[in-house]
Design a protein around this ligand. Structure first.
Ligand code: HCA
Ligand code: CU
Length: 420
């Protein structure tokens, strides 16, 4: 069964301008634990005492997941991670010829000796700690170098080899395929009698992170890295909600009902609020418009059966089908929206309300249900004024649910409470 590593707090905090206070990190971790992820990469303890403290807290607080610490290929970093109680240490060291010659000034042999030495040291100090070795920029490095480093790392005790597409370079179905890469490295390691877990860490520079991660998954990757909102360096990495929902919906035998997906909207609001990164309204799964239908033909069909225009059921993540009212609306959607509000109007009124909504929509905005009540009121009251004997049949709804599509992208919601 594929395992999920969330790195919102490590990779995500490398998003320009993003910083999570220690208590916010704990709140996010609480949610991710309830969501059901396997590994939580909490940060790099050597970066600051605060991160060290966070890793220490999480390691004792979160019993249902394994807390991972990021680490350079240095004994002092490994010591820090182990002293914090991290159950998982992710060691990264690039072995591309360019980096060895141009940055580190080291031979491959020397680099591999150091990598193996640090891994052996970690395993001797703490035999139960899970060690991941990442040859950073794996997919652009010389395959021979990666393989030699991976073999040495596994022989030294590494449990996981992570294939990092550090620059979002891979393109499915081409000679830069994550599917082929995972297959090839697994095959080579197996031929040497080695069977570490394989992780994939895919950056989104081309918008292909999720596609590449799924490619890796289909090729047998054991772990997939993701972050809330896809936060990370530059264009970030795989978006956690998109990954989990796709795995659950499209690979249900292995992944159905594994995660408490209904928590995703709250988690996204929390992370969005504290990262100050708005959730784009058209973002899959968690964006305000992800399940909102607009065009008249769409809304008409959706009022009969949402599956006409949904390939995912919004209730998976605790959301509902929304209908947006604007210049695209037809009388069917207006009638439906009025019906939802308990207003049963005749066709003449529906037509007048539709024309009015279209006028507002042409100003470039949508009409929400609260506004619709007032628009309808105008026409209903006029009719009633001309026919004083007719009782008012319309009942105002007791509560008016404002569709999420009224939240502008720049408006960061106040978010859910940290603890429920
Ligand atoms: C980094 C780069 C990294 C490392 C991934 C890993 C990448 O920020 O250090 O350690 O598994 O994309 O290669 O995120
Ligand atoms: Cu990365």
């Amino acid at each position: 069964m594929v395992r999920i590593l969330d790195t919102t707090l490590r990779e995500g905090e490398q998003t320009p301008g993003v910083y999570f206070d220690a208590h916010v990190k704990l709140a996010i971790a609480d949610y991710l634990e309830r969501l059901g992820i396997d590994y939580l990469e909490a940060g790099h303890p050597a970066v600051s005492e605060e991160i060290e403290e966070v890793v220490r807290h999480m390691s004792s607080r979160h019993a249902n997941l394994t807390v991972a610490a990021h680490s350079r290929n240095l004994r002092e970093d490994v010591d820090r991670a182990i002293d914090c109680g991290a159950g998982f240490i992710g060691i990264f060291y690039c072995v591309s010829n360019d980096r060895l010659n141009g940055v580190f000034g080291k031979s491959l042999d020397h680099a591999i000796e150091q990598i193996s030495g640090v891994i052996e040291y970690a395993k001797t100090r703490e035999p139960n700690v899970i060690i991941r070795y990442t040859p950073e920029d794996t997919v652009r490095s010389d395959f021979g170098n990666v393989l030699r480093a991976a073999v040495a790392a596994v022989r030294a005790g590494a449990d996981i080899i992570s294939i990092a597409d550090t620059t979002g370079h891979m393109v499915p179905g081409t000679d830069r395929s994550m599917f082929e890469f995972v297959r090839k490295i697994k095959g080579e390691l197996e031929s040497q009698g080695l069977g570490p877990m394989i992780a994939v860490h895919c950056h989104n520079d081309r918008g292909l992170a999720l596609a590449n991660a799924l490619d890796g998954y289909r090729a047998g990757a054991d772990i997939i890295d993701a972050s809330v909102l896809g936060l990370g360096e530059r264009a970030g990495i795989v978006d956690l909600a998109q990954l989990l929902v796709t795995l659950a919906a499209d690979f249900p035998e292995e992944n159905g009902n594994r995660w408490d997906l209904e928590l995703l909207p709250e988690i996204y609001e929390l992370v969005s609020r504290y990262s100050r990164i708005p959730i784009p309204s058209n973002f899959p799964i968690t964006g305000a418009n992800a399940f909102t239908h607009c065009a008249g033909m769409h809304t008409h069909a959706v009022t009969k059966d949402p599956r006409h225009y949904h390939s995912l059921d919004p209730s998976m993540v605790g959301r509902t089908t929304e209908i947006c009212l604007d210049h695209m609306s037809g009388s069917a959607s207006i009638k439906h929206a009025l019906g939802r509000l308990g207003i049963h109007a005749d066709n003449g009124i529906v037509d007048s309300v539709t024309a009015h909504v279209k006028d507002v929509g042409r100003k470039g905005r949508t009409v929400n249900e609260e506004e619709l009540v007032f628009i309808a009121d105008m026409y209903l009251d006029n009719r009633l004024l001309h026919n004083a004997n007719q009782p008012k049949t319309r009942e105002r709804p007791r509560t008016i649910r404002i569709p999420q599509n009224v939240m502008s992208e720049n408006e960061i919601s106040t978010g859910p409470p940290m603890y429920r």
